[in-house]
Design a protein around this ligand. Structure first.
Ligand code: GTP
Ligand code: MG
Length: 170
């Protein structure tokens, strides 16, 4: 019937921002202090219940290292949703996130549901990017914004669930 949806979701962001850690937390409930840097991309899937429906998220966890940048369009093309991740302790990673936003605005699907995730929110004492600055940037660019922690699990299920709720046909 009409109550099941498959949706492709891509994670983009600087190396070390915590893309793989967010996915591992969401899909397996795990966190690794020494998560290995992704090579190419990794695929995961997870099914969520949203209202009376189910959404199967087909998740592409891309590699943030610059040498893999040219692969990214293969993963964001045709994606219904994206999470652009930065690390709240690293201003460069926030600048890199803004570049991903621009790239998606130019080349991505115009109806893509896009979230901005300020990850490593557990590291408050090392914070370099304020929630106010990132939230204002997100508002100006039509993104929804959450600070997350793959380590403590704060807001991790929430950000994937919020994406699922915003997909067309809900
Ligand atoms: P690439 O695959 O290279 O693009 O990196 P990535 O964005 O997938 O980052 P990854 O998940 O590999 O995390 C990088 C490092 O940050 C790892 O050592 C993680 O343990 C750590 N990390 C990830 N998320 C968090 C978090 O929320 N809090 C803290 N304290 N550390 C985190
Ligand atoms: Mg990774």
């Amino acid at each position: 019937g009409n109550n099941h949806l498959n949706a492709k979701l891509v994670l983009l962001g600087d190396m070390g921002a915590g893309k793989s850690s967010l996915v591992l937390r969401f899909v397996k409930g795990q966190f690794l202090e020494f998560q290995e840097s992704t090579i190419g991309a990794a695929f995961f899937s997870q099914t969520l219940a949203v209202n009376d429906a189910t959404v199967k998220l087909e998740i592409w966890d891309t590699a943030g290292q610059e040498r893999y940048h040219s692969l990214a369009p293969m993963y964001y093309r045709g994606a219904a949703a994206a999470i652009i991740v930065y690390d709240i302790t690293n201003m460069d990673s926030f600048e890199r996130a803004k570049k991903w936003v621009l790239e998606l605005q130019k080349q991505g699907n115009p109806n893509m549901v896009t979230a901005l995730a300020g990850n490593k929110a557990d590291l408050e004492d090392k914070r370099k990017v304020t929630a106010e600055e990132a939230g204002a940037y997100a508002d100006e660019n039509g993104l929804f914004f959450m600070e997350t922690s793959a380590k403590t699990a704060a807001n991790v299920n929430d950000i994937f669930y919020e994406i699922a709720k915003r997909l067309p046909h809900f």
